[in-house]
Design a protein. Structure first.
Length: 539
């Protein structure tokens, strides 16, 4: 069972042990972290026994990406590795042996919204062949194999040798200076134990109430070559915090911006790269969306909420000549988004057909669609609003009352004096009161629990002075996309756990989560598992 399963809606559970940081790795950048040359000279504690434990949140599938690779410095042909193959099965590769030590699981691992815990425990001196290499995923020992691990007794693996280098994020050949293979994931609590074959229960435990596998603090010894990577220091992400001082300092393309707060004990929303069969590219820990074709290419989030008040931001990094950018929410009742769907409910939004609500905009304009009453076409409810390349847009969603707001600093100082867009009137007419998500006033969509005399109709649908809830939206996640012809576009999301554009605004929600450009409205929270467990109404 994956930690934070869909059944629990990624809701956090009490662990008694908090993992605060992770390392974001990107395949295209060949980002990796490795031991220095001096590590190979440390005498190994035991040439037959060792354990590797790590938490991983995958962000790219079907690419045969490496996770941990270890190679022998005196013979580059000898290396061990554990990684996901092109079929998303967990695979071990032991090139020096040639006697069946390689393994491939029957199980596939394709959930890009959950954290997996993986343990590889080795004791080649064990008298029982099946006990010599043991693999655990989320606390359960793997027993179903396409190729089961088998190794001769007292065989020494490269990973257990004195002169071995260790690397995370790319294959062995990095240390030879020729690697072109990277991997895309978040990694947390990467542990190597030298001289012991341990069980998964040394690093995690099943929650008594939910049965979900959760982290716990490792309190044992590490051996001479052991280390613990907690990624606590952004300026030295390879620091060993086990007390051994076996720092991984040989880094490639790793910067302080690769530190994340998306972890196994607080799982943050990202873009769901496998939800829809749509041609767009997700990268940078699934927080960066890009495309360059004529489809709409909508993308949704991984975390759904049915209650509570939520905040996120999106940067219009490169919208160029795109005609329409679309931002909003999608209900869990809508299973797919086609490549040419516009991203709003068509022909009507009704309680019997909850699907998409996404406002559409382009530079110098905002509108719902050609039939709506929010448009830049001079209608009584038109909105004059602008955004350009590099602008960061803000979003507030109130699922307790059904309100939805959008805003940007470019709109601040207009006639209504608001940071947020208001329905009815224009930015300069002053015909509406100041919008305020905190008080529920003048939501762009729905009533938000406040006064909204300008609430629009949508294609004659059922939102008419009402809310998202009266229209049937019950369990939703953020949505974004764009459309144009033969032009590239890039949008970058900030749900609070990581953002590729390195936000430095310093604003967090009232629980202390996130780093946003703008102040988070009072009572609104970022989309992470701890907040969802407290407010999300989905557990």
């Amino acid at each position: 069972m994956a930690f934070l399963t869909k059944a629990a809606n990624r809701g956090s559970i009490a662990t008694g042990y908090e993992i605060e940081n992770s390392l974001k790795l990107e395949e295209a950048n060949i980002e990796c972290i490795n031991t220095p040359a001096s590590y190979a000279s440390i005498t190994v504690s035991n040439v037959y026994k060792g354990t590797t434990s790590f938490w991983i949140k995958r962000t790219s599938l079907n690419n045969g990406s490496g996770v941990q690779w270890i190679f022998n410095g005196s013979n580059s042909a000898r290396y061990d590795g554990i990684y996901f193959d092109v079929n998303d099965k967990l695979k071990g590769y032991f090139s020096a042996l040639g006697n069946g030590a390689d393994f491939v699981t029957t199980q596939v691992f394709r959930d890009t919204s959950a954290w997996y815990h993986i343990v590889m425990a080795i004791d080649t001196s064990h008298s029982t062949a099946s006990e010599r290499i043991k693999i655990y995923v989320n606390g359960e020992q793997i027993t179903a194999w396409d190729t089961s691990p088998s190794i001769d007794q007292n065989t020494q693996l490269t990973s257990l040798g004195t002169d071995a280098y260790h690397g995370w994020g790319t294959n062995y050949s990095y240390n030879l200076g020729v690697s072109t293979d990277g991997s895309s994931e978040y990694l947390a609590n990467c542990i190597h134990i030298d001289g012991q074959q341990l069980a998964s229960t040394d690093f995690g435990e099943f929650d008594e109430d939910t049965g979900i596998w959760k982290p716990k603090e490792y309190t044992g010894t590490y051996g001479n070559k052991g280390y613990l990577l907690e990624f606590k220091s952004s300026s030295a992400l390879g620091t060993d915090t086990s007390g051994n001082g076996n720092d991984l300092t040989n880094n490639r393309n790793i910067t302080s911006a690769d530190q994340a707060t998306d972890t196994p004990t607080n799982n943050f929303c990202t873009l769901n790269s496998i939800s829809y069969n749509i041609p767009y590219t997700a990268s940078q820990g699934n927080t960066k969306w890009s495309k360059n074709d004529t489809t709409y290419g909508m993308a949704s989030g991984t975390h759904y909420v049915g209650a509570g008040k939520w905040y996120w931001e999106i940067k219009a990094t490169d919208i160029g000549f795109y005609y329409h950018c679309r931002f909003g929410i999608i209900d869990a009742a809508k299973p797919t988004v086609g490549s040419n769907e516009y991203g709003y409910e068509d022909p009507s939004l009704s309680a019997n057909d909850p699907e998409i609500l996404a406002m559409s905009g382009s530079p110098n304009s905002w509108y719902m669609n050609g039939y709506s009453t929010i448009a830049n076409n001079g209608s009584t409810n038109s909105v004059d609003y602008s955004f350009y390349d590099g602008d960061i847009l803000a979003f507030a969603l109130d699922m307790d009352n059904g309100g939805y707001w959008m805003g940007s600093s470019r709109f601040q100082g207009g006639g209504n004096g608001s940071f947020w867009i208001a329905p009815g009137g224009t930015a300069t007419s002053g015909s509406v009161a100041i919008t305020d998500p905190t008080n529920g006033n003048y939501a762009l969509v729905g009533d938000g629990g406040g006064t909204n005399n300008g609430t629009p109709n949508f294609n004659g649908g059922s939102i008419n002075g009402g809310s998202l809830l009266t229209a049937g939206f019950t369990l939703v996640t953020p949505l974004l996309g764009a459309y144009s012809a033969n032009t590239s576009a890039t949008l970058e999301v900030n749900f609070g756990g990581f953002t590729s554009y390195g936000e430095t605004g310093g604003y967090s929600d009232e629980n202390g989560y996130g780093n946003f450009a703008y102040a988070v409205p009072s009572g609104f929270y970022c989309l992470c598992s701890k907040n969802i467990a407290e407010f999300g109404g989905t557990a």
